[in-house]
Design a protein around this ligand. Structure first.
Ligand code: BES
Ligand code: ZN
Ligand code: ZN
Length: 471
């Protein structure tokens, strides 16, 4: 539990500093030889009167950048967590007394992300309760504080889900959990079960999902915040609750973290729920194909030809390229059955994006400059990092098949581009953005201070910010 008080809390205060000279103003010049205010360095100074000051270095970073603000508040809270100090006060002045909305939302998020409790399966649950004071807080910050709290709670919810082991979270359970989660909100939801998927001829989702004893399903969540327009954004998220690779089975080493292959679907649920919480004036439909990619008698093998929901035939070149097969049907559903005006898909899609960008930049592909500009502006506001990857006609040709309309596997080059373009070929020319979060959804150890081990909850904030700013 994190309690926030807009006054002083506890005996410990937090102060940010970029120059050693600031120590003089704090009456702490004697600490100069012990602490250099490098970025994210922390140092606790105990005082004779029983109070203490946690110094947090800024270095040369721009404190108004959303990412930096989130890191700085998170660094303070992580230091407190280590020191077992559960009540303390941030002094917002001088760096955070006149900041913008986006900076402050990020700053507050950093506090809630670190002081929130992650779900575990330990029988002995020990939860820490925190009291965080905010001194010199301008009144208008209160709404930013609430928005930061709401967003952080959604990120934590998504992290918990993505971290859930595959034996405790299978496709229908996940769908039911989301439906329950959406009850009492403005989100309508429905689950299309296996029998119905067969009637609809969703060959992509069935091709992958029939590999498991846990049947696949398609979850639809519809939020209508602006009934006065037919404009609607489709959010399509990859929900593979476990990806063994199928018959093209993964190596033991690359099996780590495969329970996180539903991070795209989880991020979409987080974002749509956040939009609902803020009553954003937009219309959004989430289309989430949920399944497992395993091996069973009769599960797909290389060379199989699937007929997708769109009617297009797909040659299976690799059973481990399952994400695009299920996303193809979901994107078709979004465009044809939900009449979306644009579509964003988000997926842990390729190992190639991890080799390209590592674990901190999400690879993005888009065929629409305006849509991309809006989305990347939202990314700048939240501090999440997205980088657009180009594509050309020759990349599309890399997916040509001699036996079917398209192949789910290209040559070894350009894996992230061909993965994205496969999905685009089902978008029927509506403006489209693809986010490949294979690198950013999961970290073995935290890279940023506001992260924890494993699921990061990436995507939630920027998709939310993009759509709420569109409103
Ligand atoms: N879920 C994986 C991609 C992935 C890799 C996610 C690493 C997280 C970390 C995806 O289904 C996959 O296996 N992709 C293949 C595609 C290839 C066979 C064309 C890959 O990237 O190796
Ligand atoms: Zn795979
Ligand atoms: Zn996968």
């Amino acid at each position: 539990m994190t309690r926030i008080v807009i006054e002083k809390a506890g005996n410990c205060s937090v102060r940010f500093l970029s120059k050693p000279e600031q120590l003089n103003e704090m009456g702490l010049s004697y600490v100069k030889s012990l602490f250099r205010p490098e970025y994210l360095e922390t140092f606790l100074v105990p005082k004779p009167d029983g109070t203490s000051v946690l110094l947090v270095g800024i270095g040369h970073e721009n404190t108004q950048d959303a990412h930096v603000a989130k890191e700085l508040s998170a660094a303070a809270c992580k230091a407190m967590r280590k020191l077992k100090i559960q009540a303390f006060t941030f002094y917002l002045s001088p760096f955070y007394a006149e900041s913008s909305k986006d900076t402050m939302i990020a700053f507050f998020e950093g506090i809630f992300l670190v002081t929130g409790n992650a779900k575990t399966y330990k029988t002995d649950k020990c939860e820490t309760s925190w009291t965080v004071g905010l001194a010199d807080m301008p009144r208008e910050y209160e709404q930013y504080l609430e928005e930061g709290r709401m967003l952080a709670n959604h990120v934590l919810f998504v992290r918990d889900l993505v971290n859930m082991p595959a034996n405790l979270l299978w496709p229908e359970k996940m769908a039911e959990e989301f439906v329950r989660f959406a009850q009492g909100t403005g989100i309508e939801s429905k689950i299309i079960h296996m029998e119905e998927l067969k009637k609809l001829k969703m060959g992509g989702l069935l091709g992958v999902g029939s590999s498991s004893a846990y049947p696949p399903c398609l979850l639809i969540m519809r939020y209508t915040g602006d009934a006065g327009t037919s404009d609607r954004t489709g959010l399509v998220g990859k929900g593979v609750t476990v990806d063994t690779g199928g018959y093209c089975i993964k190596s033991a080493a690359s099996m780590a973290g495969i329970r996180g292959d539903m991070a795209g679907a989880a991020a979409v649920v987080g974002a749509i729920s956040a939009l609902d919480k803020q009553k954003a004036k937009v219309n959004v439909t989430a289309v989430l194909p949920l399944c497992e990619n395993r091996i069973s008698n009769g599960s797909m093998v290389d060379g199989d030809v699937l007929t997708s929901y769109s009617g297009k035939t797909i040659e299976v070149g690799d059973t481990d390229a399952e994400g695009r097969l299920i996303l193809a049907d979901a994107v078709t559903y979004a465009v044809r059955d939900e009449n979306v005006s644009r579509v964003l898909d988000i997926a842990t899609l390729t190992g190639a994006v991890v080799r390209m960008f590592g674990f901190t930049i999400t690879g993005a592909i888009s065929d629409n400059d305006i849509m991309w500009e809006e989305f990347s502006e939202a990314g700048r506001k939240t501090g999440e990092r997205y980088w657009r990857i180009p594509f050309l006609r020759e990349h599309e040709r890399m997916l040509d098949s001699s036996v079917a309309d398209i192949c789910n596997l290209g040559p070894s080059e350009c894996g992230t581009i061909t993965g994205g373009l496969f999905i685009r070929s089902f978008a029927e020319n509506v403006p489209w953005i693809h986010l490949d979060i294979a690198g950013t959804a999961w970290v073995k150890e935290p890279i940023y201070t506001y992260q924890e081990q494993y699921a990061t909850g990436t995507g939630v904030e920027t998709i939310y910010r993009w759509l709420s700013d569109r409103a």
